[in-house]
Design a protein around this ligand. Sequence first.
Ligand code: GMT
Length: 375
Amino acid sequence: MNIGIVCYPTFGGSGVVATELGKALAAKGHKIHFITYQQPVRLDIFSENIFYHEVKVSDYPLFDYQPYELVLTSKLVDVVKFEKLDILHVHYAIPHASAAYMAQHILKSEGIKIPFITTLHGTDITLVGKDASFAPVITFAINESNAVTAVSESLKQDTLKHFKVTREIKVIPNFICLEQYNLNGSIESLKKCFAPNEEKILIHVSNFRKVKRVQDVFKVFDIVRKKIPVRLLMVGDGPERHRIEELCRELDMCHLVKFLGKVKDTERVLAASDLFILPSESESFGLAALEAMAAKTPVISTNTGGIPEVNKEGVSGYLSNVGDVEDMAQNALKILSDEATLKRFKEGAYEQAKQFDIHTVLPQYEELYQELIEQ
Ligand code: GMT
């Protein structure tokens, strides 16, 4: 199939999922066309089946706010026509679904048929989408999509709760390429570099936005470090970075914390760690937790949104109420209490991650594409 993928090219989960999906489809022989304003960060391979079409954002001085949706629409029309695409798959509803709808109708007026699928990722529904300034357009674009998927059952239910959706929403969960976690070579030297005295390593990966409650990572860490020797790795960057750096100083623990910034391939740092902390306020799925589990790193998380569909209590980690840092810290201590328990959780995390292997999930997308193309 000749497939157009529209996504945000950044470190966010939706862009990561879209890019990994495209890479895996290309490996199976499909032609994949990424259409976005920048080379996706995870698009780190060259393949005869992968193409990148850049959406050029206008810099005309009249526009205080650039009309991205319009230039994206024009680009979609152009790529569909020139590359003879069979289908468009847009990740994150805002503004990709409405741009795809417009492109579809422009093409229809020229006698060209192009179905499109919208995959809902989370904040396009739970935070941004349900805001009155977006809601009517999002509702319309969801209902006009030829198919809609959500990355978890929880997100599907949230969508049905917040929008008047008449179209069926199919749940296709996020996935990981387990093979990428089959790390050749030892991670011992990395462990040694982060924890020279063999301390246990706690890790958090996110875009440090408010919804991630990054301060809770530090509060949990502060309780844990008073009981056992530990280090903390903070991966990512974002608006809360300065606030948490201040908190780190206030709690007098900067010597135990390392900010690694935006890391492209998180597999190695995750595999070098002993425990992943995800204290999010809301999370439609929690791809970062799944990536940790694939690297055999157990997870302590909140029990919000789609996280319970990923992290299994007592198997791959533990779940607590949002903000209950004491409970999260006690759970961390339980997992780290002895080597046998830690090993059991590491194995449990990996076993749970296996359910989300790309080889299980990919055919669900391929079937859906085929169905829509044949309609
Ligand atoms: O949560 C983020 O920081 C990024 C955001 C995105 O759209 O890129 O992530 C959402 O999509 C991910 C991939 O489907 C999910 O794993 C995340 O749970 C979801 N984030 C939220 O719901 C807050």
